[in-house]
Each structure stands twice: as structure tokens, then as C-alpha cells.
Design a protein around this ligand. Sequence first.
Ligand code: ATP
Ligand code: MG
Length: 433
Amino acid sequence: MEEAAALYEIFQQCTAVSTDSRQPQDNTLFFALNGPTFRGRDFAPQALAQGARHAVVDDAALAATDPARYTYAPDALVALQQLANYHRRQLIIPIIGITGSNGKTTTKELIYAVLSQRYRVQYTQGNLNNHIGVPLTLLSIRRGEHEMAIVEMGANHQGEIALLSHLAEPTHGLITNIGKAHLEGFGGVAGIAKGKSELFRFLAKVGGTAFVNTADPLLPGLSAQVEHRVTYPNPTDTYPAKLLSAAPQVMLRLFDGTQVAAQITGGYNFLNLAAAAAVGAYFQVPAADIATALAGYAPTNNRSQLVRTARNEVVLDAYNANPSSMAAAVASFAARPTPAAEKVVILGDMFELGEESAAEHRALGELLAAQHFGTVLLCGSDMRHAAAAHPAAHYFATKVELTAWLQAQPLSHRQILVKGSRGMGLETVLSLI
Ligand code: ATP
Ligand code: MG
């Protein structure tokens, strides 16, 4: 704590915190973090030369060369985390922690849209949701300026949400859902439920408030330990909401009867929108402003994006995929009113499934075979298991093969769903359809 207090003095004189010497260093506090293939301290002198005010390094000898500009810490990452928590404790504002298997970033963006109607809000930039991103988010909250903050917390192993909760000390928390994401690291759905509920456990301990999605089979039970609970979206909940239609865009009715036509597609986004409405209502954002914010949110991040190309209408959901989000996307796409024969699905591998991978891909193939999509294109090495369960599917081991097929028979007047894990980078097919 003493070290954090000393570093805090320096932090207050800096404009921002940096962990990347390739970024502009303008009066920054630079943390020389180690990577898998590099030592952060090798980049510290360069960061200082480029304008960083001060650097935290795990090299005592280097620090001794210029004690005014270096602070030695045995582990620069731990120093960053401790400083972030020290800073958080100086802030007397609500902090909303968000975790869950799917929809964290979307829900975070929606909550920001709603709360910023009334408050000055800081929130996680992009997807900076891990043991480094959460401290950086916390350190970007400005005392006296921001009135609340929204912190996305991601995890693929047990204990990670507990650590992030102890850093951010949220006063409020929301778990979007419990699904099959990062199955490998968590060890099954029960493991995921346990890992994600570390946020609720923290809130129970500090007397915080949980926002509870009662449409999820597990969350009502997992939240029972939290005394203060705000529920959505079922009729008897604190803030009910109703899905009116899921396609092409989501239409919903809010707790006060207001109808909202959102710009995002996919029935699963109803729960993300309902979550944001509940948080907004709880923090007393007027219902009309909540509706304006939700209707105004347009994703630009390859997540549930509706894109009209010159020839087709595309549901671009290529940001990521796992068994739950695939199933949700396929069901939602199937429910679109267009005849099934005009629908095309282009799906890529789901990563991080460990030994469940073959079975999960096969299950996806069966799910697809039960629909009557006009064309099914499956790409990636694990998708061969899905293709084996779907006799009419076209299978491509690589994106190069998929690209060649799309070039040879251009699709037009189709509705096309594009989805796969981040590593597949399927958004690149957009220029071909
Ligand atoms: P990450 O773990 O990468 O941070 P995330 O939880 O932040 O992901 P988003 O980036 O918001 O999630 O959404 C990723 C994808 O998950 C979306 O493109 C969509 O396909 C799917 N998704 C979003 N919300 C839900 C939901 N409520 N239920 C199921 N799938 C969803
Ligand atoms: Mg995210």
C-alpha cells in the first residue's frame, strides 16, 4: 500500500498510464509489463525518451540509474493493479461491473449510452476487460469529473473475476448470462457458473446491488446470496421488458410501455437491451431518455451488425463465436421472415472448446441441418465435424478455399449470416458478398 501511495503521487502528475511504448508517450506513467516473448524494461528508456514522465520497471539496477524517473517494483503488473485499486478507493462513485459469457461489450456499450444521457460516465474502451485492461480502465476514471463507471470484466479461468472484482470494487454488478464460452479453461458449464458468480459473491460481501437477468436459468439462483437485487425482464420483475420482434431489428417494450426500435439485430440482443434499460431506470434515467439511447445505439464492431452490401443483406457477427452465441445467432437468423431458401450461413470454427470441440461442432451441424437454409458454408478445421452432421453443407478447410468458392459463384439477393471465432477473422468475406 505504501508503494501504491508513493506511485499515486506520481500518477497524479501524469496525463495517462501507458503499457505500450509504441503508443505516443505524452507525460505518461509507463508500466514496463513483460510479455510472452519480451521484457518490458527493455522498452522503458525508449518510453521515457519519447515523453513518458516516469516508468515502473522490474529491474532494480535500471531504476537506480535515474531514481527520479524510475520506480522499481518486483512485478510491474502487480504495481499497476495495486495503483488502480488505490485510485479506485479515492473515488466515491458507483462502479458497475459487467461479466457473463456473451454480450458483455454490447451490454456495456448500451448501458453507457443510457447512463450518459444523465451522468458523466467512464467505461471500458473496446474490449479491455482482463487483468491489464481493468486496471487501465480504472486509472482512466477522473476524480471529480466522472460520476460513475462501467467496467467490463472478462475471464477464461476460475478466480479471474474475483481478482478483477477486488481491483475494481464494484458497487453494482451485472452478469449477462451463463453460457458455453471458454469451456476449456473453466471446465464445463458448472465451472463457468462458478467463475462468473464470483462477481455476485463480491457484491454479497460488500452489500452491493446485483442486476439479475431472470430469463437465464442459472442467474436467479446464483444471485440469491446478494441482498440487494434488481431484476429484469420478466413481467413480475423490477423492470420488465417485452420482446416484440427480433428481425430485422429488435423491437421491444420497456417497463413503462415505451416502444423502442433498436438498430441491432438478433433476438438475443433483447436481453442486452433490457439489461441496459434496467440499469438506467434504477439510476433514474427518465424512460424517454432510455428509449432514445437504446434506439440510437448502432454497433460498428462486427457484433450483430446489419450490413446492406450492393447485392445482399448481411448479419455480420464475425467478432466472435462459441456454442451458445452460435446457437443464439442461428436461431435468430432462422426466425427472420425471409424464406429459408434465400438464407445463407457462413460459419467459421469455434475456438477454445478443448476436448468438447468435436462434439460441439457436430451439435452445431445437427442444429443447422434441422433448419432449411438455402446454402450452408462451413469453414475451418473443426467445422469438418459440423459438416459431417450436415450432408448438404459445403465444407472448406481454409478461408482461401471459402474465398475461391464465393468468387466462383457470387451470391446475390440473399440474407447472409457470417459468424466465427475471432481468430477466423471472417469479416474479410464481407467484400466478397
Ligand atoms: P468477449 O468475451 O469477447 O469480451 P462479450 O461477452 O463482450 O465477448 P460481445 O462482444 O458483446 O460479447 O458479443 C459477442 C458476440 O456474442 C455477439 O456478436 C453475439 O453473437 C453474441 N451475443 C451477444 N449477446 C448475446 C446474448 N445475450 N446471448 C447470446 N449471445 C450473445
Ligand atoms: Mg467483450
